[in-house]
Design a protein around this ligand. Sequence first.
Ligand code: ARG
Length: 256
Amino acid sequence: MCPPDYFELAYCINPWMKPENKPLKELAEKQWQELYDTICKLGGEVSLLEPVEGLPDLVFTANGGLVKGNKCVIPRFAHKERQGEESVLRRWFESNGYEIYYDPLHAFEGEGDALFAGSRLIGGTGPRTRRESYAGIVKFLDVKELILCELITEHFYHLDTCFCPLDGGKALIYPQAFSSESFTDLENTLDLYTVSKEDAHSFCCNAIVIDKNVVMASGSPDTERTLVALGYNPVTVNLSEFQKSGGSAKCMALYL
Ligand code: ARG
């Protein structure tokens, strides 16, 4: 995770970001701290990345890489506004002993768009990540099965905004965010649990899974009920200020 010292709305690169709806600094800091404390309380071990002035979205560390064992794919951001994060992330992973891979030719936004469901890699493509980025990634990480899926809406521009792998081949999904072919491909491989439009817009899929605990933004009672029925423990945190930037719980953490 990365503390939100320099988090602000300095540009608009997704439809949630509106210049007239700026995040409140103190409230954002309080919300980030609550998310951090919640993860620690549930047994999560958190490593921190030092915030950097002028990189307001560095707080969304899910975009900071895709990790398997001691290997990490460094992102190539689609928008120049975030490309300054790349060298910061590269330095962190190098100095923490990771073997790294970086392809500047094809946009790839890390775990924001690529999530492991068991050993399968679900690879989102669309507004941010290019389909072409995956060939090199799959080779580098030695991924045996890749399921590419196409994101077709502007609001659900990253895979982690509309899809959340749980354990045992289960996943939460907002089907409308996917092309119908991609939804069918996912349906054929995973046990999918559909979330409502309202909950999807409250970022219910953007959740951090720690064992049977699912840490997510507050405001998705139906999805909480679904999770409880499946044997999970939903834990909610108010993340309103980060949602003004188009990110919620999962966006603020990268699995190492
Ligand atoms: N403002 C950031 C952007 O548009 C939000 C990133 C959210 N991250 C995520 N993993 N969905 O890039």
